[in-house]
Design a protein around this ligand. Sequence first.
Ligand code: 5GP
Ligand code: MN
Length: 324
Amino acid sequence: MNNQLDALMDRAVEFINEYDNIFICSHVQPDGDNIGSTLALYMAIKKKKENVKVVKTDEIPSDYLFLPNIQVFKEYSLDEQVDLFISLDSSDVERLGPGKELLKKAKKIINIDHHVTNNGFGDINIVLPSTSATGEIVYKFIKHMNAEIDKDIATCLYTAISTDTGRFMYSNTTYETHLIASELLKTGIDINNINIHLYQNRSMERTKLFLEAINNMDFHLDGKIGIAVVTQDMLSRNNAKLEDSEGIVSFIRDTSTIEVACLLKEISEKEIKVSLRSKQHVDVSKIALNFGGGGHIRAAGCTIYDTIDNAKKVVLDEILKCFR
Ligand code: 5GP
Ligand code: MN
């Protein structure tokens, strides 16, 4: 496996050396792993190549605005010449949103990801579902490039790994995750500052939205399933943004009886973003795949194009099937 991984990384490094106009693309509703990995790889490539750009496909949540070089996230028109396109943390091209059109123009595509549902859309696919975060793979890749992991790169990779492992707690956290984190700490990053930005910076609006969602959630199957919703009405009532729903679904999972937690977010009247989490037994990536989404065994998501009430019914039906 390691030889195979080395060979894949060798080829990817060759592509980076060979091609000039390099675009690294984030996914829609970007999270800490996506943003952190993207910035880290951008900085590493920038040490060697001039023409590397970062494609913004959605708003950057305010939690991540403290990251070094965050201003490189920009929108690009289709007039751009795209030689090499690098996708990070996306299991399919739909996740890239408007970035998909730039991908279509690329001469070559590198797909680096850790989702078990990744469909291998790249010319080179470095997909390692056993890793906790795309940030872990990018750490290895930057080492493979022989680029120095400086403090700024380490700050971004630490953010990627810490957020995708639920602060090193989820079941995807391994011995290697901790080894990498320890190497990142060696560079002298300020983890107190990083942790304050990531986890101790909650706005009052977010707290109020959280309380309303939790107060109105419902339980099924003796509390094994918990479902909450965030509607547009709730957002405006609390003066909150969609990104403020971060953390609700994992809080529901923390309830002792819960095996599957679900949050439905109303993007618009007939577009519902579904977040799924499980604790020990249910593979929620399969539920998400049923609705054209994807993810991991214990954390997955999809979009349902229907009203929030209908979406809730069909998702609950699918979850219930997992308990039969
Ligand atoms: P979240 O619930 O935090 O939005 O996402 C949980 C996990 O599922 C993440 O790893 C995310 O990448 C994945 N995921 C969420 N929504 C989608 C989707 O619509 N399509 C795919 N392929 N993966 C998703
Ligand atoms: Mn990830």
